[in-house]
Write a protein that binds this ligand. Structure first.
Ligand code: FAD
Ligand code: NAI
Length: 466
């Protein structure tokens, strides 16, 4: 039996960051991961492969759809899907190997196999060959992540009816792809396949896309994606999907009930959310149970059982890699006797479509519910010089500030490269910046970031360039 200060179960962004931080702080740490590679959902079948395909497909469309021609670059691109998938796989392998390197560097041990808690302070690991190993731990961190939520009546076969993992590795470009769920996965992977030539129909239960996102921003995104050729069926539910060798027949009804219609597709992607993953984890041996959704509760990362902590997708909050990473750091620092706190109001969200969407803090809708008086400043990318010379003028920057104190409460960006710009506001808001602070801060010219400053100026009606 091996003894550790900390045993982390799960090697995703929650688990691997926890193991690295524990190693850095001098704790004896092991990370149990059953997958063949470290990195979890994010590196293997989530953030990274999806961004690899989004990047490649965006360039393919720019080259084939007229954008390059506008710039005076005449090319006739030809899709090599096998190479596109290969470069995605190569990048993923390099990244997962990178985590192995970081483990060695920070003295975190990777125990290969599936972990199961077996009473207080004990984790049993079953390796691929069936052999078992017992680990003793002062503290156990559960970071087992999440899996796609199933949809009754639409059974994933990973052949014609796909989850996000199989939709990242299709062997051909679908003629007609039906996406169920107009959330982040649906819009990102729908964009990939549309750019590569698919007709894409997105069926969404609600009467809007991206619930939770600032409504004005969501509307602008939907308008833009529709213009690109993505077709939306809002307020609709899929009641059944029957696969055949060549495609899928779907039955769709209005969400509120009514006349059913039939839709033919050659592939269907189910992307209606994810649910926490705790299968076979032995929670009962330490008196823990999940709620109805399968989620493990936490109080500042402590589960209800002494010495058992919980972080990332398996617990409450946004299911995002950087949220899992933040929780990992704070959780381990608490185990090491240090202080720490995750600021859940400042976890940014990004949708990597074109245009990109990036937001942090409160939406107008949330502030209305809270009854908090606010002012809004907006600046369109049509008036931003860098966006204009690059022919990327869709979207806007929107800053919401407290009416009385001028403190920035929320920022919603839609436009070119906004994923790289939202961090500015995360830092500013962490320091409780006012809109005036941003407006008085010099930004480099010509950059898209100037739109962020102009939007802050507009909070006081003083935008200078629109
Ligand atoms: P996971 O990454 O799910 O890792 C959990 C790990 O635990 C897994 O590797 C699993 O094999 C392992 N495990 C489970 N049970 C056991 C056990 N009993 N023993 C041993 N190992 C176990 N987030 C972003 O922030 N940005 C994005 O761009 C983004 N894109 C995404 C795209 C897609 C298609 C998907 C599906 C998700 C995306 N996400 C994105 C979400 C992100 O992947 C997750 O929020 C993040 O991976 C959660 O990290 P985690 O460590 O909590 O769990
Ligand atoms: P999601 O929660 O983002 O969206 C699911 C959508 O499906 C919602 O619009 C919902 O109303 C709809 N829906 C639910 N049931 C339905 C039904 N029966 N029929 C039709 N529509 C239905 O979930 P998604 O897209 O599966 O992504 C899961 C999570 O993964 C995200 O919440 C996010 O946390 C993470 N993710 C993050 C990314 C990023 O940061 N860029 C990229 C991809 C995933």
């Amino acid at each position: 039996m091996s003894s550790y200060d900390v045993v982390v179960i799960g090697g995703g962004p929650g688990g691997y960051n926890a193991a690295i931080r524990a190693g850095q702080l001098g704790l004896k740490v092991a990370c149990v991961e059953g997958r063949a590679t470290l990195g979890g959902t994010c590196l293997n079948v989530g953030c990274m492969p999806s961004k690899a395909l989004l990047h490649a497909s965006e360039l393919y469309e720019a080259a084939s759809g007229g954008e390059f021609a506008t710039l005076g670059i005449e090319v006739k691109p030809q899709l090599n899907l096998a190479q596109m998938m290969k470069q995605k796989g190569d990048s993923v392998t390099a990244l997962t190997k990178g985590i192995e390197f970081l483990f060695r560097k920070h003295k975190a041990e990777w125990i290969k196999g599936w972990g199961r808690i077996d009473g207080p302070g004990k984790v049993v690991v079953t390796a691929a060959d069936g052999t078992e190993q017992i680990l003793q731990a002062k503290d156990i961190v559960i970071a087992t992540g999440s899996e796609p939520s199933p949809l009754p009546g639409v059974e994933i076969d990973n052949r014609r009816i796909l989850d996000s993992t199989s939709a990242l590795s299709l062997p051909e470009v679908p003629k007609h792809l039906v996406v169920i769920g107009a959330g982040v996965i649906g819009l990102e992977l729908g964009s990939v396949w549309r750019r590569l030539g698919s007709q894409v129909t997105v069926v969404e239960f609600l009467d809007r896309i991206c619930p939770g996102l600032d409504a004005e921003t969501a509307k602008t995104l939907q308008r833009s994606l529709s213009k690109q050729g993505m077709h939306f069926k809002l307020g609709s539910k899929v009641t059944s999907a029957k696969p055949s060798t060549s495609g899928v027949t779907l039955s769709i009804e209005p969400a509120a009930g009514g006349q059913a219609e039939t839709l033919e597709a050659d592939y269907v992607l189910v992307a209606i959310g994810r649910r926490p993953y705790t299968q076979g984890l032995g929670l009962e041996t330490v008196g823990l149970a999940t709620d109805k959704r399968g989620m493990l509760a936490n109080e500042r990362h402590r589960s209800g059982a002494p010495g058992v902590w919980v972080i990332g997708d398996v617990t409450s909050g946004l299911m995002l890699a950087h949220k899992a990473e933040d929780e990992a750091i704070v959780c381990i620092e608490q185990i090491a006797g240090k202080a720490g706190e995750v600021n859940y109001n400042l976890i940014p969200s990004v949708i990597y479509t074109k245009p990109e969407v990036a937001s942090v803090g409160k939406s107008e809708e949330q502030l209305k519910v809270e009854g908090r008086a606010y002012k809004v400043g907006k600046f369109p990318f049509t008036a931003n010089s860098r966006a204009k010379i690059n022919h990327e003028t869709e979207g806007f920057a929107k800053v919401i500030a407290d009416e009385r104190t001028d403190e920035v409460l929320g920022v919603h960006l839609i436009g070119p490269s906004v994923s790289e710009m939202i961090g500015e506001y995360c830092v500013a808001m962490e320091f409780s910046a006012s809109a005036e602070d941003i407006a008085l801060t010099c930004h480099p010219h010509p950059t898209r970031s100037e739109a962020l400053r102009q939007a802050a100026m507009d909070v006081h009606g003083e935008a200078m360039q629109s």
